[in-house]
Design a binder for this molecule. Structure first.
Ligand code: MG
Length: 252
């Protein structure tokens, strides 16, 4: 009997310990060690294979209102905000893929349920108006694809975060820019902070402040083992990394 109680205690402690571990988010998919282009469908497929909790991707709006997935404002030299989608199709990723639309990307992610799709809405370089238009089109797209359960939004543009909240009361939205305190984000009815690691190091109470406000905490972009251990020790909720294999090995 005593032995059973002891075993039960061990199982409980082990499950609590694993529960408290941060979850891994692959930054722009898993591309670095798999040698595929960032933000390609292939990078998403690798992140899913590696059992990432989430796979992050960046979304821009073309001149003709198509949401496309790419990090920079330009796709191999062609400016996205002032180009049409057809013009962008003239250029390919080195692996032969075209620039994915956000729709293609989400549909690829929806082939499974375990890896969340962390949708970064990029600030449009032309105007706030275009950024807010992109926010509206993004919410409409996620709704149309019935992807609400699997998509979480992140953005540097604060008003874009507020716009998404206005359009979807239940969406999970995390702010990226690092200049709002956890209580500011709580007041704005956002779900959490997703900040550069230096912001947390400069504001050492923010992880716990956020937890006490029931906000989620995510940190980017954590690529060294030392920084990963720091945030694992500080019990952050999510770690966004270009090194998913390394973080997976530390979390095991
Ligand atoms: Mg991003």
């Amino acid at each position: 009997m005593k032995k059973n109680a002891f075993l039960l205690a061990i199982i409980c402690l082990t499950s609590i310990a694993s529960f408290a571990q941060p979850k891994m988010i692959a930054h722009r998919g898993s591309w670095k060690n798999t040698q595929v282009p960032q933000n390609s469908l292939a990078s998403l497929q690798h992140a899913i294979k590696q059992k990432a909790w989430g796979s992050e991707f960046d979304v821009h709006l073309t001149k003709d209102n198509i949401l496309v997935v790419n990090h920079d404002n330009d796709f191999y030299g062609l400016d996205i905000a002032t180009s049409t989608y057809n013009e962008l199709l003239a250029i390919k990723h080195p692996n032969g893929e075209s620039i994915p639309t956000a729709e293609e990307y989400i549909l690829e992610g929806l082939k499974q349920k375990k890896t969340k799709l962390i949708y970064e809405l990029k600030t449009n370089r032309l105007s706030t108006e275009r950024t807010l238009e992109a926010a509206k089109l993004s919410v409409q797209l996620v709704d149309k694809l019935k992807a609400k359960k699997q998509v979480e939004y992140i953005a540097f543009h604060y008003d874009a975060c507020l716009k998404i909240r206005e359009l979807d009361k239940k969406a999970k939205i995390h702010y990226l820019n690092g200049d709002k305190s956890p209580s500011d984000l709580k007041q704005a009815n956002l779900n959490g902070l997703d900040y550069h690691y230096n912001v947390y190091k400069k504001n050492p109470t923010w992880i716990n402040d956020a937890k006490s406000l029931k906000l989620k905490t995510n940190v980017w972009t954590v690529n060294s083992e030392e920084d990963m251990r720091y945030f694992i020790d500080h019990k952050i909720d999510y770690i966004t990394t270009d090194e998913p294999e390394l973080l997976n090995s530390l979390l095991k």
